[in-house]
Design a protein around this ligand. Structure first.
Ligand SMILES: Cc1ncc(COP(=O)(O)OP(=O)(O)O)c(N)n1
Ligand code: TZP
Ligand code: MG
Length: 520
């Protein structure tokens, strides 16, 4: 087996002699997720299942030594901070992070503000005032409910959303994730993320500032083997960020990682006495769809009782090649080629012309067995009785999915990563698209390139029962050379624009791409 160059994370945290939490958890988590973990130890704690006996902070001199040797040759992509033992450490750490941010482009700092031990006792006696300088230089915090109440100074509030927003306002932290493991909600563990997005769009160079929130919910899993679960969550988040995932996807994967570990220990846990506190079970990358949470989102709340959209009725056939074209001329050229599906994706046409084009396209497709999807224009797709409509994430909130469903036309949804895939899957569309798999010149997909590994991973988020799986289409930068690699992931269809429209011989390109995707 060959080992690839790994992303490096630093964990700055305490050692737990009982092996469940702190540095021990962080190294196991990072290792299992494929990142290299360097550790700067802040304190040597003496603890076991029933007590936290002592927290022995290391000196600033020792912290500085660890920092200096590591910065020389193991510069971090992401830093995870756990136990900070005293004011001197807060001051040192705040300076160190400021310096590192000057040195390391794009450095992300995740802070898990561990305060109290689950077995009782405090890890430090720092006041919020004393912690504030550190809070102001980190990018993501991951408090549990009690820690969030302390950071927000709202002891009587138990609503994660309110707490997260207050923490964001007080410290301008880019993302606040309030973990729900200790929440009072019956049988449910619900985690909430408030995220301030600061994106630069390639096309207009404008900075986009937007506050968004993500909520994930799972059935509560009770286990004696949860020691270090909080540390492991924050380190899993840091690891997924270091691997290049967006906050929403790193959050989703970290939650699945925790569910997977807790679930694995439930049977063993049943045989344990009340006070036993075992190390959280570290099982690496979360693979089973059953460990992934449900996405709780306005769109899901709005449509939770909407029936599934009509199926593509493939009757055992493969969806195969999915050309995405922008004119009637292309449609006329491709319809006779016996394709299962084609999309009309027209941008920037005046309204009256657009309506004409869609009406004619639907009419043309009637003479063939090809499923014609209209991109974006769902009202016109309904009006002219198209086979289906394809809707992107940006247009999802504005589209009336209930009306599309009542009209009996099919729905295809775009997704970019596991969070959006889970959300879209909950809406039970006729197919799910995932992209961009590779860089593409057709559309600005900055920060949304999925790669083959992510495509393969997202395919595992479907139910195990094949009969219940919604077909998936891969899109973005797929050409003849890459198509076999995409097909090897088991995806049902590949959607392409330029590989056909810029081909010297488009009919031949269609035939060759069809062979690639239908071979599997
Ligand atoms: C099959 C397929 N997948 C994804 C897309 C992208 O749709 P969307 O996100 O709506 O972006 P635009 O195509 O409107 O730019 C697609 N069209 N088809
Ligand atoms: C519309 C769209 N959505 C995601 S990638 C993409 C463009 C696909 O075009 P191409 O096949 O030329 O890369
Ligand atoms: Mg669209």
């Amino acid at each position: 087996m060959t080992i690839k160059q790994k992303a490096i994370i630093w964990t700055i945290s305490g050692s737990d002699c009982s092996g469940g939490a702190g540095i021990a958890a962080d190294i196991k988590t990072g290792h299992g997720l494929g990142v290299e973990v360097c550790s700067l130890i802040t304190a040597n704690t003496a603890q076991n299942s029933s007590q936290l006996l002592a927290v022995n902070p290391v000196s600033i001199e020792i912290l500085q030594q660890q920092y200096e040797v590591l910065i020389e040759d193991k510069s971090p992509t992401v830093i995870k901070i756990g136990l900070v033992a005293n004011v001197e450490q807060v001051v040192w750490l705040t300076q160190a992070i400021k310096a590192l941010k000057q040195q390391v482009n794009g450095l992300i700092v995740v802070y898990d503000p561990v305060g109290q031990a689950s077995v009782g006792g405090n890890f430090h006696s720092l006041s919020l005032n004393e912690l504030t300088p550190l809070l102001k230089v980190v990018d993501i915090v991951t408090p549990n409910l009690a820690e969030a109440q302390a950071l927000a100074q709202l002891d009587d509030i138990s609503e994660s959303k309110q707490l997260a927003q207050r923490i964001y306002q007080a410290f301008a932290i880019n993302a606040v994730i309030v973990k729900g493991g200790h929440s009072e909600q019956q049988g449910v563990s619900s985690d909430y993320c408030y995220h301030q997005l600061n994106q630069i769009k390639q096309d207009n160079q404008d900075k986009l500032h937007q506050a968004i929130s993500y909520q994930l919910s799972s059935a509560r899993i009770d286990s004696h083997y949860s020691h270090g679960g909080g540390c492991s969550f924050a380190t899993a988040l840091a690891s997924f960020l270091a691997l290049g995932y967006l906050v929403r996807d790193a959050f989703t994967l970290a939650k699945a990682f925790i569910n997977q570990g807790l679930k694995a220990s439930v049977d063993l846990s049943a045989s344990k006495q009340h006070q036993y506190y075992g190390a959280f079970e570290q099982l690496g990358w979360p693979h089973s769809s059953e460990d992934f949470p449900q996405v709780v989102d306005d769109i899901h709340r709005q449509y939770h009782d909407l029936p599934a959209f009509k199926s593509l009725n493939l009757n055992g056939k493969q969806l195969g090649l999915y050309p995405v074209i922008d004119s009637l001329a292309w449609l006329k050229r491709l319809l006779p080629l016996g394709l299962e599906i084609i999309q009309l994706r027209v941008k920037n046409l005046p309204e009256d012309e657009l309506e004409q084009v869609i009406a004619q396209a639907v009419e043309l497709a009637k003479d063939y067995n090809t499923r014609l999807f209209i991109n974006d224009y769902w009202q016109l797709a309904i009006k002219y009785g198209a086979y289906g409509v394809h809707i992107g994430q940006e247009d999802l909130m504005a589209a009336d999915l209930a009306q599309i469903q009542r009209a009996g036309i099919r729905l295809g949804l775009s997704t970019h990563g596991c969070y959006e895939f889970l959300l879209a899957q909950q809406l039970q569309p006729s197919y799910l698209a995932i992209g961009a798999i590779f860089p593409t010149s057709t559309k600005d997909m900055t920060g949304q390139i999925q790669g083959l590994d992510n495509l393969a991973q997202v395919l595992t988020l479907r139910p195990n029962d094949k009969a219940k799986q919604i077909p998936v289409v891969a899109i973005g930068g797929i050409n003849l050379a890459r198509a076999p690699l995409v097909a090897a992931t088991g995806v049902e269809s590949i959607a392409v624009v330029t590989s056909i429209t810029h081909a010297d011989d488009p009919e031949q390109a269609v035939a060759q791409l069809q062979v690639c995707i239908n071979k599997t």
